[in-house]
Write a protein that binds this ligand. Structure first.
Ligand SMILES: CC(C)(COP(=O)(O)OP(=O)(O)OC[C@H]1O[C@@H](n2cnc3c(N)ncnc32)[C@H](O)[C@@H]1OP(=O)(O)O)[C@@H](O)C(=O)NCCC(=O)NCCS
Length: 173
């Protein structure tokens, strides 16, 4: 079984020794990004990529990227926006991409990657303010994956979702 209870793994920043060439998540865009672009984003400090790595098989199980970005308060639901100061932009953390290799799908790795991304985002927000974690879902299935973990879509932007840092903090309290 390739579930997290049966695999010797670690989660660490992407390095050269991780073989990206054989990684396939089933979504061409996410595979192409991981094979062709991710290291450029990494070297330019645009995104930090993390991998879950199967130590026995020397395989990448999944990856995600984290960056800082901002949203305008007007993008948020009114019920939340009305409680915030009227700054034009507020800082948030972006999970730019998140994907699990097809050989490891359905065993809980997606959840583990997401929880790790949320935990890192939460820890970082103690040093650099961040109102929420946001994601750009690649398709409908990705939207429902994130909704399963308490993300909610921005009004009028069904593929862009957020979860407030306050809410995330409760998960790790
Ligand atoms: C979406 C993805 C990351 C899920 O990874 P996974 O390892 O198969 O998911 P897990 O086994 O960790 O599933 C965790 C939970 O999410 C649920 N889930 C998984 N995919 C789901 C989906 N598309 N919609 C709703 N729920 C989903 C599982 O049923 C499971 O629920 P449970 O905790 O109640 O049992 C993976 O399928 C993937 O890489 N897809 C292609 C890329 C992609 O869509 N990335 C999303 C970000 S753009």
């Amino acid at each position: 079984m390739l579930n997290p209870l049966a695999v010797n793994f670690c989660i660490e920043p992407l390095e050269k020794r991780h073989n990206r060439a054989v990684f396939k998540c089933g979504n061409e865009k996410l595979d192409r990004y991981f094979q062709a672009t991710v290291t450029q984003d990494q070297s330019r400090n645009i995104a930090i990529p993390y991998v879950t790595f199967d130590l026995e098989r020397q395989k990448i199980i999944g990856y995600y990227t984290l960056s800082m970005t901002s949203i305008s308060i007007g993008e948020l639901p009114n019920s939340i926006a009305k409680k915030l100061p009227k700054y034009p932009l507020i800082g948030v953390t972006l999970i730019g991409r998140l994907a699990v290799d097809i050989n490891y799908k359905g065993y809980g790795w997606g959840k583990l990657l997401l929880m790790d991304a949320l935990y890192k985002s939460f820890e970082a927000s103690k040093q650099v303010g961040s109102f929420a974690v946001i994601v750009d879902a690649i398709d409908e299935r990705a939207v429902s994956f994130y909704q399963r973990f308490e993300f909610q879509p921005f009004p009028d932007q069904p593929y862009k979702l957020f979860r407030t840092m306050k809410n995330i903090a409760q998960t790790f309290a």
